[in-house]
Design a protein around this ligand. Structure first.
Ligand code: X5A
Ligand code: ZN
Length: 667
């Protein structure tokens, strides 16, 4: 199952024909430069090339009015003067004799992509299109957009492919007001958008772009706006919003298809966005969405006006869709105060609609005087940033690191009589451990009857860890007689010389008494028992009263705690431990493996107990990069067990900044 790429040079064949400072950044090179970068890096060759087609009138009419379509249809025959006049009815957009043709191709590209993904021809894909779509409305062009490509695609997916729920993630830096208007009262399409807002000072300057526009009627709660009230947002700000708002809501929504309004004006260097997130953040944003909807994800280009930043970001996105290892995001900073305020406001207004956010801290009611102060402050800043447009273009950042696929994706370390799952390579040979390590291992696996076997297993594990470090192997799974003893041995004896930070994720209750305070490992334990107290910064027991089978609780723990902790900790290896009888379901387990692959460049070692081999199949599948099945049970969540998790998150915020979800200021 591959990745589709849709591109046609034809969509570079229109441009601005007069002087308009608001439109001069929307140039044909946006598309050619992005495509050329995909060719140069060899990524386009690895994709399934799908041709675009023109969207039919009937398809355009799924979203737009007849009058509007008829108006646009006349533009190919207009004189320059007529085109200028036609353009004047709308805001920040231009027409050209060939734009109608391109707009039909852009919308049709999105439909071709949906067809390819929904019929299973490919797993996912990206369409490189011009003109963009998310600003265009039922009867109006806007913000360089003519037809609303993604909105049309969502309606089409429902109608033609029977998709019941479609998630639209709009990570472009502008608010896709066209998409919001289209689905405002529709609970079958969840629209998420973050956007530069600056308390309504930024284009399109709409009151309804704020966090309190949540949808209307039965669509209430299915519109999620995250306004950025300052420029300069960074990777940590974006990841915080994904972990603490979008992902929990998206998992509860349980979409059949994910559409991404993939604008890259939210990346560093962009003259419109003026944000500071680096292109490799899009690898993570993409990855975090790739286990929803059974992996069915269609990304459709929107904005992106710094050609360097745009091309790099497009490559990061496509490379992730192809399944390559994720880049490490080192040195994440804390989310900034303004981002935290936005986060708090969104969570507090959305918590009534999403059971997974029910325990989000309630923010105080709107404090008008505070808002005034902020407005004034925004005004001041605006005045200060007169020099900015050039300074954005002059911004420099390091080129994203190469993301090399290891020669061997996944291996198994198994007893001789256990069958190796398809696609995994059995690790047979092992390294001579040397007498010191052997005696250390002997001392640990004391009571084990098959002591010689134990040493052989551990020496294979040592080889595996070593080869993950050198990227000869991606990940692996091992069956061991006693997981608790194995974890201790792996972390203390085998990893200590090889990796500096190990993230240990333990699912189920097991005595882990060796957590260190020196930060060489971080233990997050998710279990059904409630005895353990948190010990220091690096041992974090998460207790779900109803056990690991409680999907809502588990998801809260994963997105609210585990992922943000992982991003902040930045491990060199992930050790995932499955304690027998934990009660975690197969789907959840696969989701967890999929999500953890975002850390340590995908180097995950799964430890399971020999008698727990039944879940070997699902484990192998997830390690090989197959998308996890959707968590259907979230559609009818059980009553949950209260705010214990929220309180724990609050306690830990002093040590772990990525856990913060509230600002000092009220909304
Ligand atoms: C698709 C997109 C931006 C329009 C900005 C107008 N449009 N000032 O990024
Ligand atoms: Zn944009």
């Amino acid at each position: 199952m591959g990745t589709a790429l849709i591109y046609d040079e034809e969509m570079t064949k229109y441009k601005l024909l007069w002087v308009d400072p608001a439109c001069k950044i929307e140039v044909p090179e946006r598309l050619s430069v992005s495509y050329e970068a995909l060719v140069r890096t060899g990524l386009s060759d690895r994709c399934v090339s799908v041709p675009p087609r023109e969207a039919l009138d009937a398809e355009i009419l799924l979203v737009h009015s007849e009058e509007y379509l008829e108006g646009v249809k006349k533009t190919p025959h207009m004189t320059l003067e007529d085109l200028k006049e036609f353009t004047l009815q709308y805001g920040d957009v231009y027409f050209h004799p060939n734009i109608y043709h391109c707009a039909k191709l852009a919308a049709g590209s999105a439909l071709q992509l949906v067809d390819s993904v929904m019929t299973g021809k490919v797993r996912n894909g990206m369409a490189l299109v011009r003109p963009p779509g998310h600003h265009s409305m039922r009867s109006a062009a806007s913000g360089f957009c003519v037809f609303n490509n993604v909105a049309i695609a969502a309606r089409y997916a429902k109608q033609k492919h029977g998709a019941e729920r479609v998630l639209i993630v709009d990570w472009d830096i502008h608010h896709g007001q066209g998409v919001q208007y289209c689905f405002e009262d529709d609970p079958s399409v969840l629209y998420f958008s973050w956007h530069r807002y600056e308390h309504q000072k930024f284009w399109p300057n709409l009151r309804e772009s704020d966090y309190d526009s949540v949808g209307k009627g039965s669509g209430a709660g299915f519109n999620v706006n995250v306004p950025w009230n300052e420029v300069g947002m960074e990777n940590s700000d974006y990841l915080s919003v994904f972990c603490h708002v979008l992902l929990p809501v998206a998992y509860e929504f349980c979409p059949d298809l994910v559409l991404v309004c993939a604008g890259f004006d939210s990346a560093i260097g962009d003259p419109e966005g003026e944000m500071c997130a680096t292109p490799d953040i899009f690898a993570h944003l993409t990855h975090l969405l790739m286990n929803l909807a059974g992996g069915k994800l269609c990304a459709v280009l929107e904005g992106g006006y710094n050609l360097t930043s745009l091309a790099q970001s497009v490559c990061q996105t496509v490379q992730t869709l192809l399944g390559d290892p994720l880049p490490q995001l080192a040195n994440l900073r804390s989310p900034c105060e303004s981002a935290l305020e936005s986060l708090q406001c969104v969570r507090s207004v959305q918590r009534q609609y999403w059971s997974i956010l029910k325990h989000a801290a309630d923010s105080a009611t709107t404090d008008v005087s505070t808002k005034r102060i902020k407005l004034a402050k925004a005004e001041e800043e605006k005045a200060e940033t007169a020099e900015d447009e050039r300074s954005q273009e002059e911004k420099v950042w390091p080129e994203p690191a190469e993301r090399l696929r290891p020669p061997v994706c996944s291996v198994s370390v198994l007893p001789d009589d256990a069958a190796c799952p398809d696609g995994l390579k059995r690790l047979a040979s092992s390294k001579d451990l040397g007498p010191l390590l052997v005696s250390r291992i002997r001392n640990r696996s004391m009571e084990d009857a098959g002591d010689a076997d134990g040493v052989a297993t551990f020496s294979r594990l040592y080889t595996l860890i070593e080869k993950m470090r050198t990227n000869e192997i991606g990940n692996g799974v091992a069956l061991v007689p006693d997981v608790a003893a194995a974890v201790e041995c792996v972390v203390r004896d085998l990893c200590s010389d090889l990796v500096s930070r190990v993230l240990v994720v333990c699912v189920g209750k097991e005595e882990l008494n060796y957590a260190t305070a020196d930060g060489k490992m971080l233990v997050v334990q998710i279990s059904g028992e409630d005895k353990e107290e948190q010990k220091g910064k690096y041992y974090i027991p998460v207790c779900l009263k109803k056990g690991c089978g409680d999907t809502v609780g588990f998801i809260q723990a994963v997105f609210g705690l585990l992922l943000p902790l992982g991003y902040e900790y930045d491990p060199g290896l992930v050790l995932l431990v499955r304690v027998p009888g934990s009660g975690v379901g197969d789907c959840m387990w696969q989701q967890l493996i999929g999500l953890l692959k975002g850390f340590a460049k995908g180097h995950t070692l799964v430890l399971m107990q020999t008698n727990d081999g039944a879940c070997m199949g699902p484990t192998a599948s997830a390690l090989l990069g197959h998308p996890a099945p959707p968590l259907q049970e979230l559609l009818t969540p059980l009553p949950d067990d209260g705010g214990a998790l929220e309180r724990m998150r609050e306690r830990l915020q002093a040590d772990w900044k990525m856990l913060q979800t509230t600002g000092e200021w009220v909304c």
